[in-house]
Ligand binder design. Sequence first.
Ligand SMILES: [Fe+2]
Length: 307
Amino acid sequence: MNSSVVERVSVDWAEFDPWRIRPVRHRLMEHPLLQLDALTELGKRQEAKGRVRTHSSGAGPGTPFNVAPRLHPHRMSAADTLRGIRDAKAWMSLLNVQSDPLYRTLVDEVLDGLKPGIDSLDPGMCYRGGWIFITSPNTVTPFHFDKEHNFILQVSGRKTLHVWDHRDTVAASERARDRFHAYHQRDLLSWDESLRERAQMFHLEPGAGAYMPSTSPHMVETGDEPSVTISFTYYTRATRRRSLLHRAHERMRERGIELAPVGTNAMLDACLHAGYRTLDDTREWVRRRVGKPARSDGAAYAITGAL
Ligand SMILES: [Fe+2]
């Protein structure tokens, strides 16, 4: 295999396609910032800033992702949960860890290492983010998708990652994708056990990982041991363009106009993109003029608070 070793993560760039799911390897297992005592300290800092998402082990594959914390509440503090993760019956995510000065160094270290390879195929890396998942045995990350491209890396414990192609309209309809990009709502995604047979499955152990393109639906099941997983995420010029097109399609649908799916009519996509890009740029310009914080998806790092 023609594999080029890039810092902490190994990717076969000869085979890499930014819109295809694929396995990767990494060497972050011994990283001092990913050991449980360091994560417990990070958990305290993130909790103080409202950047912890948690639910109990009661959540299943079909639990609506956006409201899982409300439907299956887990009430222990981050520090107590992480110290006792083996018995906590909890799923916990430390969100936007790039906002923590110490962990931003890790996000940059990994994404700087990947950037030359990614840039040659998928330029414009921005909106960098880091997300750390610490989970009790036998917990589930409900079926959902996200906007970012994602390198998901297993640090300790074992997980089964189920991922569906970003174009699989059985797993997620075109309308579900449009609505998600327009409103960050995932309510048109629905789980069915029969979807398992359409998924690509990765049995993740320490050192293993996967690359998932933007809006690839996924669902994760943790094994019999506690688990630590980290995701490094980003947007590119192509993901931002695609997101804007899905938003535009949803707006047109609200006006009663049903368009051919994003990516099927190049001329239409080009016109819509030009129009909506100008609108977005104008809105952003006005926000800056009146002193409001930028909301651009072209920021260097993910803007905290935007889950
Ligand atoms: Fe996700």
